[in-house]
Design a protein around this ligand. Structure first.
Ligand code: FMN
Length: 305
């Protein structure tokens, strides 16, 4: 049998395989490059970037939970200027699609960040984070407002020729309404999902375990929720979906693709096993060979109900 074709497309985006690394879990790629060959993965998504550097929230910012973790980092990042000067030169060395994730407190800031970054050739697409649960301004204020998400999509698309992916929040009743407004305003794809709002208390001190009190839940605990959100979008809106949430192994990747994802992102797993992406790619190839699947893209949305 011929070699399996692992390449996938999500609208105008083309990836050599469906495995992307999720925003906030691999920084700007530097540390990750010690564990995996970045030239072999589908793509890398940067930590959310804002116009100015952000210190983020005070500690404690992370706590482990059953089958997951809570984080309230608060979008700590170097800002677009330092990113261009100090981080892009490193990323330029690799042949891997770089997707820049942008976070902002106002629609104007999203637009300004995109305008500044779009002239960088190394950046192949934007992922707009309208769904961070850990910041007071922006974040879910936008992510839970259908018309704001539509406006952000429209205004960002107006200042770049590069594909725009909108990263959706699971903290809404009907995620498909958000996917629809993204499509209607020219967005190229959606990624789903960002973290779920959660919290945890210390029973002895009666204080929250996280300084910010609430935080974003990620990891295997959220996988069934993420799959249901991907399925809802797939059934209601014709837009490419990048699936995220609790992916721990190659079987989870196949499950997300069957449910409707064109590609996926690995998040929390990178902290547990930074070499996981490489292992998953190899296993996906073996799965396809075993199942007689010539092109992995064929399985997207192939579920039977
Ligand atoms: C420590 C941490 C930091 C994160 N930072 C960001 C971020 O800056 N921007 C963003 O869009 N998502 C961020 N996320 C969300 C992930 O990209 C992903 O959507 C989420 O964790 C669900 O996937 P997972 O269960 O595989 O981790 C972060 C997640 C974690 C665990």
């Amino acid at each position: 049998m011929n070699k399996v074709d692992l390449s996938v497309e999500a609208g105008p985006l083309k990836f050599r395989n469906p495995i992307l690394l999720a925003s906030g879990t691999v920084g700007y790629g530097n540390e990750m490059s010690e564990f995996i060959d970045l030239n072999t993965i589908g793509g890398i998504v940067t930590k959310s970037l804002s116009l100015k550097p952000r210190k983020g929230n005070p500690p404690q910012r992370i706590v482990e939970t059953p089958s997951g973790m809570l984080n309230a980092i608060g979008l700590t990042n170097v800002g677009v200027e330092v990113f261009i000067k100090e981080k892009i030169p490193f990323l330029k060395k690799f042949d891997v699609p770089l997707i820049c994730n942008i976070a902002a407190s106002t629609i104007e800031e999203y637009v300004e960040c995109t305008k500044i970054l779009t002239i960088e050739d190394t950046i192949k697409a934007f992922e707009i984070n309208v769904s961070c649960p850990n910041v007071k301004e922006g974040g879910l204020q936008f992510g839970n407002n259908v018309s704001a998400v539509g406006k952000i999509t429209e205004k960002v698309k107006a200042v770049t020729d590069k594909p725009v992916i909108i990263k959706l929040s699971p903290n809404s009743s009907y995620i498909s309404e958000f996917a629809k407004v993204v499509k209607d305003n020219g967005g190229d794809a959606v990624s789903a999902i960002n973290t779920l709002v959660g919290t945890a208390f210390d029973i002895y001190t009666r204080r929250p375990k996280i300084k910010n009190v609430t935080a974003g839940l990620s990891g295997p605990a959220i996988k069934p929720v993420a799959l249901a959100k991907v399925l809802e979008i797939r059934q209601k809106v014709d837009i490419p979906i990048i699936g995220i949430g609790g992916i721990m192994n190659w079987k989870d990747v196949v499950e997300f693709m069957i449910t409707g994802a064109s590609a996926i992102q690995i998040g929390t797993l990178n902290f547990i096993n930074p070499g996981a992406a490489t292992e998953i790619i190899k296993s996906l190839e073996e799965y396809c060979t075993k199942m007689g699947i010539e092109r992995i893209s064929q399985i997207t949305g192939s579920y039977q109900i």
